[in-house]
Design a protein. Structure first.
Length: 187
């Protein structure tokens, strides 16, 4: 089953690149994945659920920073560079598949799932900053993580709906607007 699911996920991504979002069907995804349509329904109740899951997971995956600071020492510059790169990857992913993300960012289940993932990532950042000795107001009560995650979500949704092609420029502009406690790469 895992093999069929992987093929279906890959087929869904491929369909999103070549087919208008409103024309993606379970039959199309199953055909592209080389499985029977019933197999699609073993994994998701409908195409919308599949799109939400696969593309929210994709955003979460590209926003990953890997493991930093294995020991007690956290290099804040390394942390800043990792988060800057993750933001750029997220913007580039959305730009690459803008049609599908433009639609998904209007769906509350997608927004909720991505916001949850971004909040979890923001909490990890705050824990790492605390380990590095950076005090963040609201870092322990969750408000700082909620603020960062909400701002990131709004920025990604805006980017999906925009016509801009300058992901690098937007990343620089967003990073410049982050709170003063946000780690920055020294240039």
């Amino acid at each position: 089953m895992a093999d069929a699911r992987s093929r279906l996920e890959a087929a869904l991504r491929a369909a999103a690149e070549s087919t208008p979002p409103h024309e993606i069907t379970a039959s199309l995804v199953a055909r592209l994945g080389g499985v029977h349509r019933v197999t699609f329904y073993r994994h998701w109740p409908d195409v919308e659920s599949a799109l939400v899951e696969v593309f929210a997971d994709e955003i979460d995956h590209v926003a990953g920073i890997g493991r930093l600071g294995e020991g007690d020492e956290i290099d804040v510059a390394e942390l800043a560079a990792a988060y800057d790169a993750a933001l750029r990857r997220s913007l580039e992913e959305i730009q690459r598949r803008r049609a599908i993300y433009r639609l998904l960012f209007t769906w509350p289940p997608f927004m909720s799932r991505v916001l949850d993932a971004m909040t979890a990532r923001a909490r990890v950042l705050l824990e790492n900053l605390e380990r590095a000795g950076v005090v963040v107001e609201g870092g322990r009560d969750g408000s700082a993580a909620a603020f960062i995650a909400g701002a990131a979500m709004a920025s990604l949704a805006w980017w999906a709906s925009s016509e801009s092609e300058d992901a690098q420029g937007l990343a620089r502009a967003l990073i410049a607007r982050y709170p003063l406690w946000w780690p920055r790469v020294l240039r």
